[in-house]
Design a protein around this ligand. Sequence first.
Ligand SMILES: Cc1cc2nc3c(=O)[nH]c(=O)nc-3n(C[C@H](O)[C@H](O)[C@H](O)COP(=O)(O)OP(=O)(O)OC[C@H]3O[C@@H](n4cnc5c(N)ncnc54)[C@H](O)[C@@H]3O)c2cc1C
Length: 411
Amino acid sequence: MKQNIHDVLIVGGGLVGASLACALEGRGLDVVLVESEPARPPMIADTDARSLGLAAASLNALAALGVWRHLANLPAPIRRIHVSRRGDFGTVLLRADEYGREAFGGVVAAPALGAALQARLRELRGLHHRVGAKLVALRESDDRREAEIAHGDAVEAIAARLVIGADGTQSAVRQAVGIDASTHDYAQHLFAGSVRATRPADGQAWERFTDSGPVALLPRAGGDYGCICTVATADAARVAALDGGGFIAELQTRFGWRAGRFVAVGRRSAHPLRQLVAQRIVAPRVVLMGNAAQTLHPVGAQGFNLGLRDALTLAELLREVRGGDIGQAGVLDEYARRRAEDRAQTLRFSDGLARLTSNPAMPLRLLRSVGLGALASSSGLRARFAGGAMGFRGRVPDLARDETVVLENER
Ligand SMILES: Cc1cc2nc3c(=O)[nH]c(=O)nc-3n(C[C@H](O)[C@H](O)[C@H](O)COP(=O)(O)OP(=O)(O)OC[C@H]3O[C@@H](n4cnc5c(N)ncnc54)[C@H](O)[C@@H]3O)c2cc1C
């Protein structure tokens, strides 16, 4: 019997895989999306207390992809970013209006973004969407990849011209094609949640570095903040055991009083922090993207923003391949070429910030003070930092360029 060969098999229906499926709509491609979780993937389930900082470029893209209209609350704008370090004097205030922008980006609750993407997936015509379907094997043959997908005890064979590994840090696709990855354990845990302060959120994000890692507040719709509090792994069990009052006291000590007094805290989720960088992002008929290609320290709020640009770039490139084989080596090499600059710069930025800002050694302290001072005084450096925060790094995908977005309280 003749086997049906699909154009694209996306493995992983997290934020990045789901975004890619949306971006491929209307391209005349036959797409299969497989997700191993039977219900909503864990990174975006209701137990996830994270608030995601989305760059302006990502907001543009999510609007263009039709995800936007499924958000119950529009993202809260980030108009200013205040950067400081506990124990150092210098502070930096970046203002979007200095760059002719309304906002650097916006903030959305991770489960809300996950739900909006799932709602958009249900609208896509022609998408073969399998949940509770796990990739267990992937073989190479001349003109296709052959995947084995397990649904409980049953195994389905799926063939595709191109397979996308959007299956997260432990990527089965990456392992199946033998791409090595370097890893680094930051020996930190991050607690994410929401807090209310006596100074309500008004469009300002705060990033504060301390010896045991960054603490940050992101403005949320309605005046609360999304908060992150990083602690050394050795201290994580103690912080996890704190009740609401104990967590507020911890956060107040670490963050200080710039946002006033913290008065209430919501549900929290805990996340161990590791970096993973795949040595290559393509293999014959395979592309890696999102956390499968690079898992970043969340300090600069870059991971999903970068993964979304991976997805947009591939969708844009596949649109250019008219009638040819979308899995051919030339297409994959071009994908790797287009992603190289953004990927390298974003990795350098996130890792550099994570390591530099949480190391108490004296030479690094001096370097940090000099760095904050340079950021405060150099408009060129601030502009580069602001460009990165807005997601305009390297070659910007077309879908990320349109400025069609409306943020919370502009409705
Ligand atoms: C604490 C924290 C805060 C963050 N804050 C921000 C932020 O503010 N801004 C930002 O841009 N980024 C942020 N990030 C990063 C962001 O969460 C990730 O970059 C993003 O979730 C990566 O999405 P992904 O789809 O690539 O991977 P994942 O979310 O890991 O999704 C992978 C999916 O693949 C599925 N899967 C795995 N194996 C298989 C298989 N064999 N077969 C089928 N399916 C499989 C999994 O079930 C999962 O659903 C943060 C991360 C953390 C930890």
